[in-house]
Design a protein around this ligand. Sequence first.
Ligand code: FES
Ligand code: FES
Length: 162
Amino acid sequence: MSTDVNVTLTVNGERVSRRVEARRHLIDFLRLDLGLMGSHTGCEHGICGACTVRLDGAIVRGCLVLAASLEGAQVETIEGVSDTGEIRDLQDAFVARNASQCGYCTPGMLLTAADLLKSNPRPTRELIREHLAGNYCRCTGYHAIVDAVETVAQKRNGKAPP
Ligand code: FES
Ligand code: FES
């Protein structure tokens, strides 16, 4: 017996209707059904943050959300957020500070950093580390990432970065 479900949602501003397996996770729906490969899969158990996307304005783990549960939802991925230019300064700062090496964690990091700066435009370094703690990076040691986010916060607040 088929357990497929019809679902209609908005992804990066475009209405999308698909028939999905009841157990299909959002991250697989985005990558395999819609071809949006910017969000990554790592642990697939909600630990590493590689699959971070926005759901109705809040960041979520794409590997923990079932696509079939998203009728009427608004999903934004790194592709959509990049296209709007919303995180251009964060992307530039990641490049300038060498905060993206292999890049596997970077889409999730950027979305999580953007989420932090939206809720707290003046985070301390400790708060930046705390907010990014659920996004794992194997390459950078995190220092450059925290530098990049701090730089953007300072620039957005009209301060010259160090
Ligand atoms: S792949 Fe989703 S948290 Fe690791
Ligand atoms: S840059 Fe490689 S995992 Fe973060």
